[in-house]
Design a binder for this molecule. Structure first.
Ligand SMILES: NC(=O)c1ccc[n+]([C@@H]2O[C@H](COP(=O)([O-])OP(=O)(O)OC[C@H]3O[C@@H](n4cnc5c(N)ncnc54)[C@H](OP(=O)(O)O)[C@@H]3O)[C@@H](O)[C@H]2O)c1
Length: 265
């Protein structure tokens, strides 16, 4: 039975991943920044899948000691960690770089860069001691290197994530630790919706409804691929180029609303 840690597992994609791993019989550890959000998510998952396979502990990934504590607690609770997913992430309203306030700038960098670095440091070292393990870092807009002027801060963190992951894949080549990339595409979560004015939202929603998907559509695929993967340096992606072409080509004939309660997809 595999033990999987999902950082930022209280909502959105992370919660969806946790649920899909539980569905497939894995033992799952989640964290959010607060005890309340973490407990609430654990309670919801427990109501569906029972409490024996789920464990939660608050952990702000931008705090090194909290990351270490999460690693130790996960190991103690389930006896080891097979898969660790660096999913926790923050974005910002779609505005120019100079319009983002310093607190938000700090928070995005703290979570997406410092948090990512701390998690990789702690978990690679821990998995080397343990003798094995898989780590996945969550890509996002910017990872491929195409700048979007109103998303630059977020994008630079995801570009850096790609850069760091590629370097870590090389650095761990001769070890039993495997590192990979996850790319979920566009997913209808709080993060995707954040900060749009009503008129901007009407505009971008059209694109999201062509290319995007719901958490419950994307996460089963990602989890199946993660559980099947035994390659170091693997990239598991939902929204591939052929899929993008197909989505645009058929957009006129398919009425989709991934943000409504009931999808027509
Ligand atoms: N949605 C998309 O279209 C999309 C596309 C590509 C990539 N991604 C990436 O996928 C990941 C998840 O995104 P999402 O859309 O699911 O976002 P979301 O719905 O906003 O959820 C973010 C999660 O991260 C947690 N979190 C935020 N800061 C944290 C911190 N410092 N320490 C620990 N946990 C923290 C939140 O928990 P609490 O609030 O409980 O602390 C929450 O569980 C992110 O890395 C994002 O960049 C998303």
């Amino acid at each position: 039975m595999k033990t999987v840690v999902v950082t930022g597992g209280t909502r959105g994609i992370g919660y969806g991943l946790a649920l899909e791993f539980l569905k497939r019989g894995c033992q799952v550890v989640i964290c959010g920044r607060s005890e309340d959000s973490t407990q609430e998510a654990v309670d919801k998952l427990t109501a569906q899948y029972g409490g024996t396979h789920i464990f939660g502990q608050a952990c702000d990934v931008s705090d090194y000691d909290q990351v270490r504590n999460l690693w130790v607690a996960a190991k103690e609770h389930f006896g080891g960690v097979d898969i660790w997913i660096n999913n926790a992430g923050l974005s910002h309203a779609p505005v120019n770089l100079w319009q983002i306030d310093p607190e938000r700038t700090q928070a995005v960098l703290d979570t997406n860069l410092l948090g990512l670095i701390y998690c990789n440091q702690v978990v690679i070292e821990g998995m080397m001691e343990q003798g094995s393990g898989f780590i996945y870092n969550m890509e996002g807009s910017g990872s491929t290197g195409k700048p979007m002027p109103k998303l630059l801060l977020y994008q630079l963190t995801k570009r850096a994530l790609k850069f760091m992951t590629t370097g870590l894949v090389q650095a761990t080549e001769d070890s039993l630790v495997n590192i990979g990339y996850l790319s979920p595409g566009m997913v209808a979560t709080d993060l995707l919706r954040e900060g749009y004015s009503p008129s901007e939202w009407e505009r971008v929603k059209r694109i999201f409804n062509v290319l995007g998907d719901r958490v419950e559509t994307v996460t089963p695929y990602l989890v199946e691929q993660i559980l099947a993967n035994n390659q170091h340096g693997a990239r598991i992606a939902w929204l591939t180029t052929p899929k993008i072409i197909w989505r645009f080509a058929t957009a006129r004939f398919r009425k989709r609303d991934i943000f409504s309660d009931q999808s027509t997809d």
